[in-house]
Design a protein around this ligand. Structure first.
Ligand code: HEM
Ligand SMILES: *[C@@H]1O[C@H](CO)[C@@H](O)[C@H](O)[C@H]1NC(C)=O
Ligand SMILES: *[C@@H]1O[C@H](CO)[C@@H](O)[C@H](O)[C@H]1NC(C)=O
Ligand SMILES: *[C@@H]1O[C@H](CO)[C@@H](O)[C@H](O)[C@H]1NC(C)=O
Ligand SMILES: *[C@@H]1O[C@H](CO)[C@@H](O)[C@H](O)[C@H]1NC(C)=O
Length: 523
């Protein structure tokens, strides 16, 4: 017990000291003593200590949009005691995150939960801008770029077929007229998305479905853990809370670490099994991420790469798998629910891959699973916005708010209407329209041909191309197999994301009625 008390005391002392240093010394000065520029404007009269935290937890990024109406397109707000700087249009994102690479697109793990799940920033999503991070990114790029396109297209077609069959089974079991309720559908979509992620990331194509269900349960429990008030207060820097949590963890153990380790056990097995495989099978030309990560190749800026350790490899495989599963599942569920409300659009989609690709882009514009995400600065700097200088600190988070950016009427005509036609490359007359990027200045209000659902610049999602391809194939096969109606497009903000602080957005969903389109009634 004595050592517990002394550990507690030393944790307390270090904590208090760091608070004093960070809160009261140097706080408004550069290292050379010059005063810093002011923060960007902030919303008025938020509650003491908590500031915008409760609003954000309830409403997610839509509250950021409300504050943008009050403060302008670049504003600063505290969620709890954590200050974020919010970017509310494409050109601002371009200026701060693309042009300057935000000196240089770094990340900081926030709070104890994210630190536990990423082992202090060791995964590609949470790592600071560094050679370590670029080695993982390079490996992911190598794996995806050197897998044959036919491998992906067969996989996506196989996986879409699995969902089609799973839906048929769900309604056969019930024998109640093709009804599949929201929970059932979410369960099926979760399984297909996880299966797809496991095949792509870990080459595990025959995981026992019971193991998959167990894994999904553990992820759900982890999400509940992340949403707990104490965990949230730590993330949002409410004073003294880290101390309370440290004491709790010392006495009772850290639930997040325990659950993470339970999840990791699966990935340890899967990774060791794949790295043991020999390379003899020449016909199998697909590189495996586990193997590429275990043998990082030199590059121009990194001629003698330090190799990753085994635990770093496994942790990354787990994070990439869960990221892929969660965001694929979320957008697939949203797309099916929305399409159920639009039976006429199902007719248009049949046999029209170009329209299906536009439908996928419009879904990602309208219902992005991550409606906000951030890069953090590596240096203290001043930024110039609308002719004024504003302060950005080392470790300030610059948050991209898709809730305003994706609904800006200068770029998307009638932005609150769901309209895939806006993403068709040519107009009905066959004329190529003039378009801009959502990142461009747009004085003549030309339509945008892109969206930011996959992030931006150096931290852009490496799965963006294959994800859009998968979603396109899936939606085509689904409308080929079924007509469906019902559904609901209402959304909700969830406090937990995998594993950052922004949370995520998902469609709540309701019952959908499926009718098989095949003449044989075997379904
Ligand atoms: C529809 C599905 C997906 C969505 C909506 C999505 C979204 C995102 C977003 C918004 C980011 C940037 C996050 C941030 O800056 O915090 C990101 C990063 C990333 N994503 Fe995805 N993603 C999806 C699927 C995938 C898939 C299938 C893979 C891999 C096979 C993948 C791999 C990555 C990687 C490696 C990063 C890099 C992060 C970095 O360098 O910081 N994603 N994704
Ligand atoms: C940011 O990255 C660029 C290009 O890699 C580099 O030239 C620049 O020095 C970096 N800035 C900082 C602050 O590290
Ligand atoms: C697709 O399914 C077939 C038949 O089940 C299987 O042989 C093949 O390996 C699968 N391919 C991919 C890439 O999943
Ligand atoms: C991926 O797993 C399959 C078995 O599911 C195996 O036959 C194949 O060799 C593995 N791929 C590689 C490149 O090792
Ligand atoms: C993976 O390896 C473990 C032991 O290391 C073994 O029990 C398990 O059956 C293997 N799984 C597969 C899919 O080969």
């Amino acid at each position: 017990m004595g050592s517990v008390v002394s550990t507690l005391l030393s944790v307390a002392f270090t904590y208090l000291l760091s608070q004093v240093v960070s809160q009261y010394m140097w706080v408004n000065k550069h290292a050379d003593g010059r005063p810093k520029s002011p923060w960007a404007p902030s919303p008025a009269s938020l509650p003491w200590l908590w500031n915008g935290l409760e609003d954000y937890q309830l409403k997610g990024s839509s509250i950021l949009s409300k504050w943008a109406m009050e403060c302008g397109h670049f504003f600063s707000v505290r969620l709890g005691q954590k200050r974020i700087l919010v970017l509310n249009d494409g050109p601002l994102v371009n200026q701060l995150l693309v042009d300057k690479d935000q000196y240089n697109s770094s990340k900081i793990p926030n709070g104890g939960f994210e630190m536990a799940l990423t082992d202090n920033g060791k995964t590609v999503y949470a790592a600071p801008f560094s050679l370590y991070w670029s080695r993982i990114r390079r490996s992911v790029a190598t794996t995806i770029n050197n897998s044959p396109a036919t491998w992906f297209s067969t996989l996506f077609s196989n996986q879409s077929e699995k969902l089609v069959h799973a839906i048929a089974q769900a309604w056969n079991q019930q024998e109640n007229g093709g009804k599949v309720n929201a929970d059932q559908l979410r369960g099926l979509v979760d399984l297909v998305a996880l299966d797809t992620a496991l095949i792509m990331v870990t080459n595990q194509s025959s995981v026992d479905p019971e193991d998959m269900v167990r894994l999904l349960d553990k992820v759900a429990i982890l999400e509940e853990e992340q949403a707990k008030p104490l965990v949230q207060y730590f993330t949002f820097r409410i004073p003294v809370i880290p101390l309370v949590i440290a004491a709790k963890n010392i006495l009772f153990g850290d639930a997040a670490v325990r659950l993470r380790n339970e999840l990791l056990k699966y990935f340890v097995d899967w990774t060791l099994n794949t790295t043991d495989l020999d390379d003899d099978k020449e016909e199998q030309k697909r590189p495996l991420l586990a193997k590429v990560l275990a043998d990082v190749k030199p590059s121009k800026n990194d001629p003698e790469p330090e190799q990753l350790k085994q635990d770093e490899i496994i942790l990354n495989l787990m994070h990439i798998t869960l990221h892929s599963y969660k965001y694929l599942s979320t957008i697939i569920f949203s797309m099916i629910q929305r399409l159920a409300t639009l039976p006429g659009m199902q007719d248009r989609l049949r046999g029209d891959p170009e329209f299906a690709a536009a439908f996928v882009k419009e879904s990602l514009r309208y219902d992005p699973p991550l409606r906000a995400y951030s890069h953090s600065s590596r240096v203290d700097q001043d930024v110039d916005v609308d002719g004024k200088k504003y302060r950005v600190d080392e470790d300030s988070e610059l948050v991209v708010n898709l809730d305003t950016i994706h609904f800006n009427s200068d770029y998307y005509v009638d932005p609150t209407i769901f309209n895939p036609d806006r993403f068709l490359p040519s107009s009905a007359a066959g004329q190529v329209r003039k378009t801009v990027s959502i990142l461009d200045n747009n004085p003549s209000r030309l339509p945008a041909h892109d969206h930011l659902a996959f992030g931006v610049s150096r931290r852009l999602c490496q799965g963006s191309r294959i994800s859009e391809e998968f979603l396109k194939v899936l939606i085509l096969q689904l409308v080929q197999a079924y007509s469906f109606h019902g559904g609901s497009t209402d959304r909700v903000h969830r406090i937990s994301g995998i594993w950052s602080w922004f949370g995520r957005e998902e469609t709540i969903g309701t019952t959908i009625f499926f009718t098989s389109r095949s003449s044989s009634s075997s379904l």
